[in-house]
Design a protein around this ligand. Structure first.
Ligand code: ADP
Length: 514
């Protein structure tokens, strides 16, 4: 006997709502080759045809199907068609090196790959033993869809079936895959839409600058259609000029991406009246960036998450107790990381795994758990998990009501004379200097102090180390003042646009400080 509905929580429910309730709402491809508009209804029709195509190609429930593509409505179609066919969409990061590509595709055992036409050459030279066929999303898929009837009887789906798979970007070692179930995908989409989370709604037009090939495009391909929010997909050109053009022409209201994207867009952002909210995550949002966007009437909403947390798990929205704070103090609050989403739990632990108090002072490793947090990697690799908790590798402090601040990734903390310097906080302080465009801090070996902080920066105008140190004095502790300033044209970034500390460390490999 059950008193409540027993419908399984699956991608199909999101799909049906998109198709019926929000069928008239738009999906806009603002691609380098031109802009085209479709509706969720038309997109859903293509999805059902694509399910038939997948079935005709021999895809069976549980099979892994890879995508190798930039952001487009065609990529969104795969987010639905593959799970609706009972199979698993494996989003392959197009910026990986050849050996990593071979590794992730064979690790997942993808039997089919769907590639952007412009990217498919990349795949031809690779050794991909599991892959039976590579289909281009333009030519091949259009031909197949044109001939296929919409699937009338979708396979039965259960909550626990895998729906998606994404490899971490592998900042240490080879990438490991996280597997998302229908249930986790559904719950993540719901939770992400809550008002104290991303607050997506039917009124928004959403531009995910975050790639759909990394961390599920932050779940936006599910969360937006679930609420009826419209989607704008921008393809391969995420240059500031193109983003500004698309946001203006398509009247985007809500955009999402890593901090470096918004640092780049800033000089053009004052002329974008439709844009109200930018979700910024993947790395800490510098306070100076929050402030600069506030000044032009665009609110940055800081988001924290990981591939392992589906990925969105926390936003920095000031709480009731922050009412009445000054504008400056509120900026400080928003520059912290925020409150874990309803449905998830977070805590901090010391090196021995003992829980640390929520006193706003103690710093420990952040752990979290919940129905859209991974409990293991694909193929099993349990070292980052215990008792249902994920060890995030992020060091944080918790205030008494669970408002937390990521101090740094444990591996990026600069260890100086037995004390820690937060590279993230020092970067934020450097970015407040008007001459600084980008700033990344890494620890460099020091004969006296073990490690000392070095700033690698790109600049708007000339700046010396002495000037930077003078500026930072009073803003950070004296012993945090950097020992070197290395000026570069552009700070090295990872495949998803974060400062690439591994590369920066190797660029500074020769440096030894006194
Ligand atoms: P990778 O570890 O390869 O970068 P992810 O994209 O999964 O892969 O990144 C997750 C990590 O990004 C987090 O563990 C954290 O270190 C960092 N991160 C994400 N959002 C934030 C944020 N708002 N503040 C600070 N760090 C963040």
């Amino acid at each position: 006997m059950s008193y409540m509905g027993q419908q399984p929580l699956t991608v199909r429910t999101i799909f049906e709502r998109m198709r019926t309730v929000y069928g008239d709402n738009l999906v806009i491809d603002a691609l380098p080759e031109g802009t085209t508009r479709t509706t969720y209804r038309a997109l859903a029709d293509r999805v059902l045809r694509l399910v038939t195509v997948l079935q005709d190609l021999g895809v069976r429930p549980g099979d892994r199907v890879g995508s190798f593509a930039n952001n487009s409505s065609r990529h969104v179609e795969l987010y639905y068609a593959v799970p609706l066919a009972g199979a698993v969409l494996h989003m392959v990061n197009i910026r990986l090196h050849d050996d990593q590509l071979e590794h992730v595709i064979s690790d997942a055992g993808d039997i089919l790959l769907f590639s952007d036409d412009a990217l498919s050459d990349r795949l031809t030279t690779l050794n991909l033993p599991s892959v039976r066929k590579v289909l281009t999303l333009g030519q091949d898929v259009e031909d197949l869809i044109a001939e296929a009837a919409p699937c009338e009887e979708l396979p039965e789906l259960t909550e626990e079936m895998p729906a998606g798979m994404c490899h971490t970007s592998g900042t240490t070692g080879m990438p490991k895959a996280v597997v998302y179930t229908h249930r986790s995908t559904y719950l993540h989409a719901m939770a992400a839409c809550m008002v104290d989370a991303l607050a997506l709604s039917e009124q928004e037009r959403v531009l995910p600058v975050v790639p759909l090939f990394h961390a599920c495009g932050w779940g936006l391909p599910y969360a937006a259609p679930f609420t009826g929010a419209e989607l704008v997909l921008v393809g391969s050109d995420t240059s500031p000029a193109n983003l500004a053009r698309v946001i203006a022409e398509e009247e985007v209201t809500w955009a999402a991406g890593v901090p470096t994207i918004w640092t780049g867009l800033l000089p053009l952002a004052a002329d974008l009246p439709s844009l109200r909210t930018i979700g910024v995550g993947g790395a800490a949002t510098p306070r100076a960036l929050l402030e600069a966007y506030d000044r032009i009437g665009i609110t940055i909403l800081q988001i924290w998450g990981m591939t392992e947390t589906s990925p969105v798990a926390c936003t920095s929205r000031p709480r009731r107790r922050h009412h009445g704070l000054s504008a400056e103090e509120l900026l400080d609050v928003r520059a912290r990381t925020g409150t874990i989403f309803a449905g998830l739990e977070a805590r901090i632990v010391d090196a021995a795994g003992e829980q640390l108090p929520w006193d706003g002072e103690s710093v420990g490793e952040l752990e979290c758990r919940g129905p859209w947090v991974a409990t293991d990697y694909w193929g099993g690799s349990p070292e980052k998990f215990h008792d249902g908790w994920l060890r995030t590798g992020d060091m944080a402090r918790m205030e008494r009501d669970g408002y937390f601040t990521i101090v740094d990734r444990s591996k990026d903390l600069v260890k100086s004379g037995g004390e820690w310097i937060s590279s993230v906080q020092l970067e934020g302080a450097c970015l407040a200097h008007p001459a600084v465009r980008e700033a990344a801090v890494v620890g460099v070996p020091s004969r006296t102090w073990d490690e000392r902080p070095v700033v690698v920066a790109s600049l708007h105008e000339p700046l010396t180390l002495a000037e930077l140190r003078t500026f930072l004095t009073g803003r950070v502790a004296k012993w945090w003042l950097p020992d070197e300033l290395v000026v570069v044209e552009e700070v090295a970034k990872t495949s998803v646009g974060k400062y690439d500390k591994k590369v920066l460390r190797s660029q500074l490999a020769e440096m030894v400080l006194p």
